[in-house]
Design a protein around this ligand. Structure first.
Ligand code: PLP
Length: 377
């Protein structure tokens, strides 16, 4: 039996390693030094880390000194939410109800969550009201783009309100690089989170980008690397890959129009062919690459398994919740009925996605969504 060709449409879970990142990592394997060592091998490793720091800073419109390398987006979010709260003396923290679990898990209070509308967008007027009645200063964490639906948050507007109230703003921008132009200044936030593997870099490396003057209490103590903000010998190979991936972001942004047009074509065909199909967050400003769609009657897991048998990789929601049977907290916060949430899948396109991939997906998906596909999945 020949294996079906792999059609990878799960770019919000992770993206394929780019050739640029792979080449930079291969070169870094040849550098034996520890970046903290004074000798030439150490200095060579340090040069790789600092070159990557410049590239990551440029991607976020920040200065190299503002970049703290971490072991991924999850750690950067924890560093922001625990470390900024402590170091800046915040008396409360808030986040939206649709944040990634790595943000939500750091909230200590049930009152910490900001409601969203039916498109998953934060209710700014409600936030303004909340800010009036909160102890100050407050840290507010709002993501730039949602990993499940692609919906964008009005981060700049939120940042303005929070700053007027004397608070601080953190933005989980993990899903944005290469899909949306942004910078620390254009968002007006104090800190933002990045993760290399969402734009062609390796998994397990990320950064918290913090504006100058902001302090962060480290999550753990040690050798004082990263200006005492994140101890531990730097992941030189991963960081080199992160930097190389950051340099490809302008190229990735130039593919956005093509990706959006493929996305629109897929959504139009689904709506035409599958009665009752619902595209979530359709009326929100969205990432160009993300489709979150429910169809009546066919469970998400069934769809994902049947698509996998056809060689198509998609997800039942966020990568972190795939494998679990729990329903998406994002769709729940948007007020989507449980029966519809239980049939949602996420299809996320990437720079490599072609029209042939989109057509192959539709050819497999439409019979599955109509409940006409065979098999016991
Ligand atoms: N934030 C968002 C919005 C994400 O989509 C993810 C990963 O799925 C993370 C944070 C966590 O990043 P990492 O996988 O690098 O820990």
């Amino acid at each position: 039996m020949t294996r079906p060709q792999l059609i990878y449409l799960d770019h919000n879970a992770t993206t394929p390693l780019s050739p640029e990142a792979k080449a930079a990592m291969s070169a870094a394997f040849e550098v034996p030094g520890n970046p903290s060592s004074i000798h030439r091998a150490g200095r060579a490793a340090r040069a790789l880390v600092e070159d990557a720091r410049e590239a990551v800073a440029a991607l976020a419109g920040a200065k190299p000194a503002d970049v703290v390398f971490t072991a991924g987006g999850t750690e950067a979010n924890a560093l922001a939410l625990r470390g900024l709260v402590r170091a800046m003396g915040c008396r409360a923290a808030l986040c939206s109800m649709v944040e990634h679990p790595s943000v939500i898990a750091n909230m200590t209070d049930v009152e910490s969550f900001l409601a969203v509308d039916a498109n998953g967008v934060v209710d700014v007027a409600a936030l303004q009201q909340r800010l009036k009645n909160m102890p100050s200063p407050v840290l507010v964490s709002v993501m730039l783009a949602n990993n499940e639906t692609g919906a964008l948050q009005p981060v700049a507007e939120i940042a303005r309100l929070v700053h007027e109230a004397g608070g601080y703003v953190h933005c989980d921008a993990v899903q944005a690089p290469g899909r949306l132009s942004f910078s620390l200044a254009s968002l007006g936030v104090d800190a933002l989170t990045l993760s290399a593997h969402k734009f062609g870099g390796p998994k397990g490396v990320g950064a918290l980008v913090m504006r100058a003057g902001l302090k962060v209490t480290p999550l753990f103590e040690g050798g004082g690397q990263e200006k005492s903000r994140r101890s531990g010998t730097e992941n030189v190979i991963g960081i080199a890959g992160f930097g190389a991936a950051a340099k490809t972001v302008p190229q990735r942004l130039s593919a956005v129009a093509k990706i959006a047009s493929l996305r629109d074509g897929i959504e139009a065909r689904i709506v035409q062919s599958v009665p009752g199909a619902v595209i979530h967050a359709k009326s929100a400003a969205r990432l160009p690459n993300t489709i979150c769609v429910s169809v009546p009657g066919v469970a998400s897991q069934t769809q994902v398994i049947q698509l996998d048998l056809a060689g198509v990789c998609v997800s039942t929601g966020s990568a972190c919740s795939s494998g679990k049977i729990s329903l998406s907290h994002v769709l729940k916060a948007m007020g989507v009925a449980d029966e519809l949430t239980a049939t949602a899948i996420r299809v996320s396109l990437g720079v490599e996605t072609t029209e042939a991939d989109a057509n192959a997906f539709l050819e497999s998906y439409i019979p599955i969504a109509l409940g006409q596909a065979g098999g016991n999945a």
